[in-house]
Design a binder for this molecule. Structure first.
Ligand SMILES: CCC/C=C/C(=O)SCCNC(=O)CCNC(=O)[C@H](O)C(C)(C)COP(=O)([O-])OP(=O)([O-])OC[C@H]1O[C@@H](n2cnc3c(N)ncnc32)[C@H](O)[C@@H]1OP(=O)([O-])[O-]
Ligand SMILES: NC(=O)C1=CN([C@@H]2O[C@H](COP(=O)(O)OP(=O)(O)OC[C@H]3O[C@@H](n4cnc5c(N)ncnc54)[C@H](OP(=O)(O)O)[C@@H]3O)[C@@H](O)[C@H]2O)C=CC1
Length: 281
């Protein structure tokens, strides 16, 4: 199980059960592969059976243990059933990666009521549904770790008003539940990816993709992030190495969210020019 060249110990999640929502594709699939490679039994869920089937095949092909469950996280009853399935098949849940989500780019004034609701229901209510059901069924008695996947919305989220609002809400929810559930041994953290090259980006209208490609370079690394870079952060926050971290949101964005006009990401400083020799300490 070294196909992923992980820096983590190969048995890090031995005897642990992990649920990755939206684990059938993109970041979720990469995280599911990573946890499986590190010894966990992984459950993945999503709305599309075929996507899940392909993911299961891939993880089995790498020697991992994985089960899939079709579930729309917006459906509270289905989410409660999902937790029951995990209980029936594995007895307990140790780690929840709340990754399922998405949106469509649109100027705020054009977002329909249905479109707004769909994005809020998915990214805010759906994420809450899964956390609440996981806590009530599994984490309340034995503790656990939750990592929510949000987004870089620290400077607002132009063209994504719905998801920006929902993700900011989940950032806050992360802190609230870290407080409420800490005494039950539950840690709740989040990661905020910048622009990551995933299959999810390919679902966007081809007309907006060049803008996303360009925006993806506007950070100190001058490139989009990778699925592996986000998965590594998810693994870290879920692991005992992060035992003293809760209520935190880790930004994985090459510095995109700390943009400063004096040092723009393209390297052309507004600050009076110093040559590199003079800048050396
Ligand atoms: C910068 C990049 C950073 C982030 C990157 C990523 O996250 S990559 C990850 C990216 N991965 C993903 O985002 C994947 C997951 N995303 C999704 O599944 C959908 O975007 C969803 C979240 C809206 C869920 O929708 P659903 O299952 O309920 O499906 P539905 O199709 O029935 O839509 C409901 C309503 O929404 C509206 N509407 C929808 N599309 C558009 C549009 N293009 N235009 C305008 N409006 C749109 C419309 O009103 C529609 O109702 P209508 O008028 O048709 O009766
Ligand atoms: N790629 C990027 O640049 C960034 C991504 N993100 C977020 O990271 C997460 C993963 O995205 P990414 O891998 O890029 O894209 P994907 O579209 O590949 O992943 C989204 C996953 O969520 C599942 N999903 C969507 N809605 C639901 C639902 N209602 N119930 C259950 N599952 C659902 C999808 O499966 P199915 O359609 O079968 O249900 C899919 O597997 C998302 O929350 C995304 O918004 C955040 C910041 C940047």
């Amino acid at each position: 199980m070294s196909a992923l060249n992980s820096i983590f110990s190969p048995a890090l999640f031995k005897d642990k059960n992990v649920l990755v929502t939206g684990g059938g594709s993109g970041l979720g699939l990469r995280a599911a592969r990573e946890f499986a490679a590190l010894g966990a039994t992984v459950f993945i869920c999503g709305r599309t059976q075929e996507k899940l089937d392909r993911a299961v095949k891939a993880i089995h092909g790498e020697g991992g243990r994985v089960e899939s469950v079709v579930c729309d996280i917006r459906d509270r009853d289905a989410v409660v059933e999902l937790m029951q399935t995990v209980s029936d098949q594995a007895g307990k849940l140790d780690i929840l990666i709340n990754n399922a989500g998405g949106q469509f780019p649109a100027p705020a004034e054009t977002i329909s009521a249905k479109g707004w609701q769909a994005v809020i229901d998915t990214n805010l209510t759906g994420t809450f549904n899964v956390m609440q059901a996981a806590f009530n069924k599994h984490f309340r008695k034995k503790g656990g770790a939750v990592v929510n996947v949000i987004a870089d919305m620290w400077q607002g989220f132009p063209m994504m008003a719905h998801t920006g609002a929902a993700r900011a809400a989940v950032d806050n929810l992360t802190k609230t539940l870290a407080n409420e559930w800490g005494r039950h041994g539950v840690r709740v953290n989040a990661v905020a990816p910048g622009i990551i090259r995933t299959s999810g980006l390919e679902t966007y209208d081809p007309a907006v993709r060049p803008m996303i490609e360009e925006a993806g370079k506007q950070n100190q690394a001058a490139r989009m992030g990778t699925e592996a870079e986000v998965a590594a952060a998810l693994v870290f926050l879920a692991s005992p190495a992060a035992a003293y971290i809760t209520g935190a949101t880790l930004r994985i964005d090459g510095g995109q969210s700390i943009f400063h006009p004096l040092y723009p990401p393209n390297g052309e400083r507004v600050w009076p020019a110093f040559d590199d020799e003079n800048e050396k300490p």
